[in-house]
Design a binder for this molecule. Structure first.
Ligand SMILES: Nc1nc2c(ncn2[C@@H]2O[C@H](COP(=O)(O)OP(=O)(O)OP(=O)(O)O)[C@@H](O)[C@H]2O)c(=O)[nH]1
Ligand SMILES: [Mg+2]
Length: 467
């Protein structure tokens, strides 16, 4: 998502950066472009208007226009206001609340409640919590069974009482949790195509019976403004403490994400980015905005990497990067790791500077290409693998022949390798976008990370080690 919005805003930024002097006309043109981009991304029009007004107020300030880097100041204003659209959400569940706590998932039909129940259960279990799930969807015959399957996949217990009364099922689960030591009860509820009184009454009754600490409205991001309208209604009738935006992996334009906080007034807690149970991420406004503005999303990347890379390997790699000793052999290993981290485009999008390196994304190695990469690197001599600088024209020809590929492919691979090494090195030297020194194309002074979050020294791989 956000691709087209992101591309358009980055274009505007590029033109702003190019200007040594900014006039009010420049700013007005830029604002017009941004406004169109937001509207096209399906952001609520009232939100867009307020947003543009706020940016204009600040950007037209003489102090900004006359400053040394007016373009970058305007970019920073846009970025800060985009962040502000998400409120001060930290993501995740509420911190307080009695134990066992109850998390109620609600939302329209097919928005992803049952899937999200499983994702959330798995996420909680990973943090050492003991969740128990229960379905109160007695309307749709297969719904209870669906949650049972999800529970099995997530390896999380599902409470399955005889009763078909939604309220009794929920309170039964809470009693079971108290008796058996579960610390969180996840209550999956029935969906409807449209909001109806019967469902609202049912949800209110469940809420009164189990007093949930979190009422998460599950919204299908693909449905855009519709999802948001219903969120408001659910909030009004039942009360909502947070939103889970699902299906952000699809071609949702992102407008829902940018409007929901302003329109409904509740923060985004999680985002769902795929059908698998692992595809749930804590919502981090700063990361989403950085990704949107093409500044990469190193922190999310680190989290993904943490799941895919084993610790010893990470320590070894960090050592190698420090010694400037990252070789084609390591590259081959990294490609495999990258593939474990998920679809390469999404990973690339998170690496600063690489998001826009289209040729990399276009040349992403699939199963077949991985075989070719293996073959190319396999056809090199140990010396060549250790020191790519010696791979000259005639060696390239030999390697291509030996691996049954072409010189172009060998060239491409070497180029990807160099690019990757560069990025890894920059990450390792602590030059993170949005967080200060060391990264090219960064606005002067950098964009301070919200909350003053400064990354520890030692690069992402270092982080993996110290955690
Ligand atoms: N691509 C993608 N698909 C998702 C995501 N979350 C859920 N889905 C899919 O959306 C469909 C509906 O998901 P459910 O979890 O059954 O939705 P629900 O809200 O429980 O539906 P009802 O119980 O009928 O109201 C399923 O096919 C899920 O696999 C997501 O983040 N990304
Ligand atoms: Mg369901």
């Amino acid at each position: 998502m956000f691709e087209s919005l992101s591309a358009r805003i980055q274009d505007v930024f590029k033109s702003l950066r190019g200007e040594v002097r900014l006039t009010p006309e420049h700013v007005e043109t830029a604002l017009r472009e941004i406004r169109l981009a937001l509207l096209e991304a399906d952001v609520n029009f009232k939100v867009v208007k307020a947003f543009i007004d706020r940016v204009r107020d600040q950007a037209m300030d003489q102090a900004v226009l006359k400053s040394l880097s007016p373009g970058q100041q305007v970019i920073k204003i846009v970025r800060d206001e985009l962040l502000a659209l998400f409120g001060d959400a930290k993501g995740g569940l509420r911190k307080d609340g009695p134990s066992p706590r109850v998390v109620l998932l609600l939302g329209l039909q097919g928005s992803g409640k049952t899937t999200t129940s499983g994702k959330l259960a798995k996420w909680l279990a990973k943090q050492g919590r003991h969740p128990l799930m229960v379905s109160t969807d007695v309307r749709r015959p297969a719904a209870i069974h669906q949650l049972a399957i999800v529970g099995e996949q997530a390896d999380v217990k599902v409470y399955e009482p005889e009763t078909m009364d939604p309220v009794a099922r929920a309170s039964g689960a809470l009693a079971e949790a108290k008796a058996k030591g579960f610390d969180t009860v996840i209550v999956d509820t029935a969906g409807r195509l449209h909001i109806d009184d019967e469902l609202m009454d049912e949800l209110q009754a469940i809420k009164a019976a189990v007093r949930p600490s979190d009422l998460l409205y599950v919204a299908d991001a693909m449905t855009g403004q519709d999802a948001i309208k219903s969120a408001g209604e659910f909030n009004h009738r039942v009360g909502v403490t947070g939103v889970v935006l699902t299906k952000l992996d699809g071609d949702a334009r992102g407008g829902a994400a940018l409007s929901v906080v302003s329109v409904v007034g509740v923060p985004i807690a999680f985002v769902g980015s795929g059908e698998r149970l692992e595809d749930l991420e804590l919502f981090h406004p700063d990361r989403i905005v950085s990704r949107m503005l093409g500044m990469g999303d190193v922190l999310s990347l680190i989290e993904k990497a943490e799941q895919a890379i084993d610790e010893d390997e990470a320590v070894r790699l960090e050592e190698k990067l420090r010694k400037n000793d990252f070789t084609l052999d390591d590259f081959r290993k990294q490609l495999k790791t990258l593939r474990r981290m998920g679809p390469l485009e999404s990973v690339l999008g998170m690496i600063p500077g690489l998001g826009s390196l289209k040729q990399l994304a276009d040349n992403k190695p699939d199963e077949k290409q991985m075989g070719r990469v293996e073959a190319i690197i396999g056809s090199m001599t140990p010396d060549e693998r250790r020191n790519d600088k010696i791979i000259n024209g005639s060696r390239r020809k030999r390697i291509a022949k030996g691996s049954g590929t072409t010189v172009e492919e060998v060239n491409r691979l070497l180029k990807q390798f160099t690019e990757m090494r560069k990025v890894l090195q920059m990450m390792n030297q602590g030059g993170l976008p949005g967080m200060g020194k060391g990264f090219p194309k960064m606005p002067q002074g950098g964009f301070a990370a919200p909350g003053g979050k400064k990354r520890k020294k030692g690069g992402p791989w270092g982080l993996i080690k110290t955690r």
